[in-house]
Design a protein around this ligand. Sequence first.
Ligand SMILES: NC(=O)c1ccc[n+]([C@@H]2O[C@H](COP(=O)([O-])OP(=O)(O)OC[C@H]3O[C@@H](n4cnc5c(N)ncnc54)[C@H](O)[C@@H]3O)[C@@H](O)[C@H]2O)c1
Ligand SMILES: [Zn+2]
Ligand SMILES: [Zn+2]
Length: 381
Amino acid sequence: MRAVVWHGKQDVRVDSVDDPRIQEPTDAIVRITSTAICGSDLHLYAKFPRPVMRAGDILGHEPMGIVEEVGRDVTQIEPGDRVVVPFNIACGSCWMCDRGLQSQCETTQNRRYGKGASLFGYTHLYGAVPGGQAELLRVPHAHYGPVKVAEGPPDERFLYLSDVLPTAWQAVVYADIPPGGTVAVWGLGPIGQMCSRIAFDRGAGRVIGVDQVPERLAMAQRHGIETLDFASVGDVVQIVREMTDGRGADSVIDAVGMEAEGSAFERVLQATKVQADRFHALRRSHDAVRRGGTLSIVGVYAGYMSLFNIGDLFDRQVTIRMGQANVRRWVDDVLPLLEREDDPLGTDDLATHVLPLEEAPRGYKIFQKKEDGAIKVVLRP
Ligand SMILES: NC(=O)c1ccc[n+]([C@@H]2O[C@H](COP(=O)([O-])OP(=O)(O)OC[C@H]3O[C@@H](n4cnc5c(N)ncnc54)[C@H](O)[C@@H]3O)[C@@H](O)[C@H]2O)c1
Ligand SMILES: [Zn+2]
Ligand SMILES: [Zn+2]
């Protein structure tokens, strides 16, 4: 089969590799019809994460398709079913799964490296599981994971159930926005876009989105979001405070993660505090939360952060929640919205590029560089 394979920094290729086979009675093989590129894939693409990635690893964790074959213990799906595959691999019956913490599943946890549940296409720290940017995918624990969806609507209606929507949903739940309250969303990539829309749907009074990419700001505006271009407005935190009676936002969601860009203003600010690093978005989102408010971190971070101002967060009584999404935990909340004719979350307008799998290298490049208006790139094997 053909698959998107990691070779090194900014070097992904579409290679011919062996077809996957059923290995365990709980496996399924899914023929992939659509598979998206995620901001999380950019961490693997932008950096040089050897030895956690190795040349030959198959990328991708946002797939859907048609079940081709199932192992003898898989009864919830059968060949011919249309399914979306959650990005975390979970057993559905351990202590963590019972508590809705599928991203910490104790059956698939990677204890050797002190990491949580295995993920598709996401490094040797998270199970070295071949990913879903491929013609075929072996799905472990398929007796639990894959979600059956209706025939009819285009793939893009359901595809984001694999990651973007449950992730954004969890971020909004964790943000604990009071009814009618204000949430500021740092980063208007696919995750930030959906956090903003879900926040409105769940009763936020006001959503302020922060980014610097014109078409991302414009997409958010089309959905009723007030936007701030951090590259041109100066002190974003100050502006958010002014917009909220001087207090700051009730809730802030950091949907940027570790590829954050800094504006000229932020670089100067950080230089004065000796904080020249790539935590711009996280530091600014800390600052924008009001006293007694909540910061929900959905952007991915790895390793240590220097000069973390715990004293300020303590004084201002800020609650912080974060983590990898527990995809299965939120499916029953999200799926009914996707089955509605009126598409309340606007999933139909998120994908800006639908490309053949063979064009994956271009897809990665335009998504990373934000060229050609790319906001979400979907690949069709
Ligand atoms: N927690 C989870 O389970 C989970 C799941 C999926 C994605 N993620 C993470 O969410 C983050 C966003 O993913 P995405 O697919 O939307 O990616 P993306 O890279 O398209 O989005 C990031 C956005 O942040 C903007 N940005 C950069 N620096 C900024 C700054 N200083 N201030 C404000 N905005 C800034 C970028 O312009 C971009 O629009 C990534 O870190 C990704 O790894 C987490
Ligand atoms: Zn993802
Ligand atoms: Zn489990």
